[in-house]
Design a binder for this molecule. Structure first.
Ligand SMILES: Nc1ncnc2c1ncn2[C@@H]1O[C@H](COP(=O)(O)OP(=O)(O)OP(=O)(O)O)[C@@H](O)[C@H]1O
Length: 240
């Protein structure tokens, strides 16, 4: 196994005097999908933001491709999907994809093919020429995911990518995530959908500012002596 794509060691983050992350240890290896789960407000998005250098750590270290972020050169190798969509309402879906694709450094000659491919993955082909202001919430999420997929990044960091996406399309998106993993690329994904956590190679359970458990879904279920990741989650939270 090569060097970790993401390596978080004793990562801590305070907002004012509120400690949100206390001791986060987590790695994402090449060709691995890691799921980050935890109750609302546990700090999942904060882990991502500190990892990407959008927030400054209060302690510990966060390395991506063995470097501290932000690093402009390395950002081009990362596909990031935030929890809130950053889309241009007045532009069409296609125009948004082209804009972000060119920003990522995709060659003009390749851009149309790339746009068509990612649009197909998220089932937006038919709606590409419509203005984003007329999109539903779920369509906007899908467009944001398509943007993150553009340029075949080595690392995808996806903050709740499947919110508002129906089960059939969710399955199609997971098939693409599996393909990405099989190519040796890596994914860090936060989710509230416990069925999705089961599909990850390893799952990190974030609670009280710490990674309480980090293992394969099978091993987590074994150690908590339960049959689903949802039950692992509930047991870790102390809910019977
Ligand atoms: N910029 C900020 N300033 C102050 N507090 C913040 C800031 N960003 C996040 N927080 C606080 O940090 C905590 C963790 O927030 P975060 O968004 O990381 O949680 P989360 O696990 O992603 O939640 P959810 O599942 O609801 O998206 C919350 O209490 C939030 O209010």
């Amino acid at each position: 196994m090569g060097q970790a794509m993401i390596d978080l060691q004793h990562l801590a983050k305070k907002f004012g005097d509120q400690p949100v992350l206390k001791d986060i240890n987590l790695t994402v290896n090449p060709g691995e999908i890691v799921g980050l789960i935890g109750p609302s407000g546990a700090g999942k998005s904060t882990v991502i933001k500190v990892t990407l250098g959008m927030e400054v750590a209060s302690g510990g270290s966060a390395k991506v491709f063995n470097a501290t972020m932000p690093n402009r050169e390395l950002l081009g190798r990362i596909g990031y999907m935030a929890q809130t969509d950053a889309l241009y309402d007045a532009l069409s879906g296609r125009e948004n994809l082209k804009f972000y694709g060119l920003m990522k450094g995709i060659a003009r000659g390749d851009i149309n093919q790339e746009v068509d491919y990612v649009a197909k993955v998220v089932d937006l082909t038919e709606d590409l020429n419509r203005r984003v202001s007329g999109y539903s919430g779920g369509m906007m999420r899908r467009l944001s995911l398509a943007i993150a997929l553009m340029g075949k990044p080595d690392l995808l960091i996806l903050d709740e990518p499947t919110v508002g996406i129906d089960p059939a399309l969710r399955r199609q998106i997971w098939a693409e995530l599996d393909r990405i993993r099989d190519e040796g690329r890596s994914i860090l994904i936060t989710t509230h959908v416990m069925d999705e956590a089961e599909l990850c190679g390893r799952v990190a359970l974030l609670l009280d500012g710490k990674v309480m458990a980090f293992d394969t879904p099978v091993a987590l279920k074994q150690s908590y002596q339960v049959t689903t990741i949802e039950d692992v989650f509930l047991k870790a939270e102390g809910v019977d």
